[in-house]
Design a protein around this ligand. Structure first.
Ligand SMILES: *Cc1c(COP(=O)(O)O)cnc(C)c1O
Length: 364
């Protein structure tokens, strides 16, 4: 008997592998460094704002997220019609592909990059065109521009790139945008923008203002520590933001998420101090790990990337033994979030020990 069949693309959707939770071991604190979360607990004022929203959970959220739009528009000095909020920037990426691609249209992205991209692309029955990152983990923007065809509707630029770490420069992005046809939408995924510390860093807002085909996606999940509440926003020209709003899930962003996001914007200086502390920890980790001989790519997000090839599973297991949970990508490498100071110390020690072990394996 015939049964209902999902569209053919549905069975082709790759599985999302979430970061594992910390392993529970009696007497040992384990740290979860597998999902690029913010290790700091929420600020009291943010918790209070969320609690107030909890008291009204019998009501639907403000469907227009009007207070959140107003707060974001003021924060960035842009019109509200240039914004679209959603359930995290993953939600925005789904909506962008859905709104701009017909089945079979192509979406160009770097690879390895954010694992939600091929999922969102395949879910929309579009085709993902993956352009390998360079040896040092950077986007190969020349190759990405060359990969654009008549079927290309969207290009995703992940900067800093998850999981490899480097960010593109403004000069590189400008040169790339000059090559992209004006009807192709360029999505600049800035999930980690608050962590970037480099010369010639991308100014996303200036960039979208200068191009009718550029949209930024940003999130409250990483720098602002609201990963559990699911809220992100896109910044782009009014017609693109309008298309995103048109395909958005009605009432998608919950009342608690809206309240916490607004309270976070009000407390941005305090939150950005924490980001600064994480950036300093990142520098300490990178220096410590490089000191034992590792060739780490430039880390501009809240994570570092170990290229390990076939040793990836061994490294993840050794990390587990050391009480830190990392995010392995089988046969490629491991991404490790910058976390609590103690967790970062353990990572530096692990990198040194594992390096010694690997060298002795090679020398045998
Ligand atoms: C974490 C992440 C996101 C977004 O996450 P949300 O929690 O859905 O906002 C988007 N892009 C990249 C590259 C990420 O690493």
């Amino acid at each position: 008997m015939a049964t209902p069949q999902p569209r053919a693309n549905v069975s082709a959707i790759p599985a999302y592998v979430p970061g594992k939770p910390a392993t529970v071991r009696p007497g040992v604190t384990s740290y979860k460094l597998s999902s690029n979360e913010n290790p700091y607990p929420p600020l009291p004022g943010v918790i209070a704002a969320a609690h107030e929203a909890v008291d009204r959970m019998n009501r639907y959220p403000d469907m227009g997220s009007s207070a959140l739009y107003a707060a974001l528009a003021e924060r960035f000095g842009i019109p509200e019609e240039h914004l679209s909020v959603a359930t995290g920037s993953v939600g925005l990426i789904y909506q962008l592909v859905q709104a701009f691609c017909d089945p079979g249209d192509e979406v160009v992205c770097a690879w390895r990059s954010f694992e939600a991209y091929p999922i969102a692309i395949t879910a929309a029955a579009a085709t993902s065109v993956q352009v390998p990152v360079l040896r040092d983990g950077r986007h190969d923007l020349d190759a990405m521009a060359a990969a654009i065809t008549d079927r290309t509707k969207v290009v995703l630029v992940c900067t800093p790139n998850n999981p490899t770490g480097p960010a593109v420069t403004q000069t590189e992005l400008d040169a790339f945008l000059a090559k992209v046809p004006s009807h192709v939408l360029v999505v600049v995924d800035e999930a980690y923008v608050e962590f970037v510390r480099m010369d010639d860093a991308v100014d996303g807002v200036a960039t979208y203002r200068a191009h009718a085909n550029v949209v930024l996606t940003r999130t409250f999940s990483k720098a602002y520590g609201l990963a559990g509440f699911r809220v992100g926003y896109a910044v782009g020209p009014a017609p693109i933001a309008a298309a995103l709003r048109a395909v958005s899930l009605p009432f998608g962003v919950s009342a608690v998420a809206q309240a916490a996001a607004i309270a976070s914007l009000e407390r941005e200086p305090e939150l950005l101090e924490r980001v600064e502390a994480l950036v300093l920890e990142r520098a300490r980790v990178v220096a410590g790990v490089r000191a034992s001989g590792w060739d780490l790519p430039e880390a501009q997000g809240n994570f570092v990337w170990f290229e390990l090839g076939p040793r990836t599973a061994d490294f993840a297991a050794a990390a587990d033994d050391a009480g830190i949970v990392v995010r392995p990508f089988a046969g490629e490498g491991a991404r490790v979030s910058i976390g609590e100071v103690e967790a970062n110390d353990r990572l530096i020690r692990l990198a040194e020990a594992f390096r010694g072990r690997a060298v002795s394996l090679v020398n045998q």
